[in-house]
Ligand binder design. Sequence first.
Ligand code: NAD
Ligand code: DEZ
Length: 390
Amino acid sequence: MKILIDENMPYAEALFSQLGEVISKPGRTMTAEDLVDIDALMIRSVTKVNEALLTKANKLKFVGTATAGQDHVNEATLAAKGIAFTAAPGCNKVGVAEYVLSSLMVLGQQQGFSIFDKKVGIIGAGNVGSYLAQCLEALGIPYLLNDPIKQQQGDSRTFHSLDDIRLQCDVITMHTPITRDGEYPTHHLVDDTFLADLQSGAILINAARGPVVDNLALKRALQQSQSGEGKKLTAVLDVFEHEPQVDLELLPLLAFATPHVAGYGLEGKARGTTMVYNSYCQFLGLEQQVTAASLLPIAPVPQVSLSQEWDESTLFSLTQIVYDVRRDDGLFRREMGQTAEGSPEMATAFDRMRKNYWDRREYSAITVAGEAHFGVESLAKLGFTVEERP
Ligand SMILES: NC(=O)c1ccc[n+]([C@@H]2O[C@H](COP(=O)([O-])OP(=O)(O)OC[C@H]3O[C@@H](n4cnc5c(N)ncnc54)[C@H](O)[C@@H]3O)[C@@H](O)[C@H]2O)c1
Ligand SMILES: O=C(O)[C@H](O)[C@H](O)COP(=O)(O)O
């Protein structure tokens, strides 16, 4: 049995080689030729699975994507060819939420605000949006949810219109899939009109898919904001409309910019890989199952001890031990600054940073020890492992 995997899939080689011969290739450049005699294909979001890729797939019976987003896979084409498909919903929700929290905390420090004074609008209340809401609740930060699809499906949470969000929220964070059809398409959901209606001082974060935000409209709004003509606007982008190409006029206008790595925690990647591995084992009728936790190394700083009740400054320190968005932002700007827009070198640099990504962890990799009245319960709700001292 031959299994083709994206080379940028931690733990995949060791796991899948227990099932057959593993061939590892860069996901973005996989071709129809690569699928000749392949029984199973394991990918991430950069491999477009469509009619063209499948033309020579003479043996393919299973495709697994170790990602939450599924827009790169034409499921109807797979179904028509009798090829089973599985994804990894929610695998990286924690990483994305921690990316958003780091962005807000660092912006708070840079711009002189408290995150506790902000109201957050979450657009898309699926795995990521709901987990982010849970974190904000743990911290007592108010938020509004927008998700007309979940609302129509009878989800019992309270939902708000986009207008309410634009009028009432200081922070707007996008967590929808990219869709072009249906009643609520998300392509260019954030466009000139959306941006014009934001409150002055608003912060926009996109860690969903690039084209959810019209990047030219955002560039115009940021240019106006930074020239003092328009409303004050801050933007953080983890995803770009034409990635792996990046608009080099937009980049310097962004508060933080990163190459589609918001969900790149080691835990999230291990979850993604094990979810598709377990699904493939099930597909083959095998009983073996692997947990992500069993694959993970100990964190570089595994334990922290509190000496008093935590405050905003302690929260900043604790969370930044795990993830500081400035690390990825700095490297990304350096890498992009050395390439020309539209060049193959830019695409290579974008993907190189993702392939060689550092072993970022989630809050759960750190145990925080402290007494109950130090507020450890809320840290546990935020995801930290907590050891309550008597
Ligand atoms: N940057 C990253 O590293 C990263 C990581 C994970 C996911 N993502 C992206 O973020 C998206 C969300 O991830 P998820 O795991 O929460 O997916 P999900 O499918 O669990 O949730 C998406 C939610 O968006 C809602 N939605 C759809 N259209 C909408 C609209 N027009 N307005 C408001 N809500 C709408 C859906 O009803 C759903 O509840 C993924 O589809 C993926 O594209 C990016
Ligand atoms: O949809 C997702 O899960 C993420 O966008 C995905 O993890 C991004 O990383 P990639 O698959 O491109 O490596």
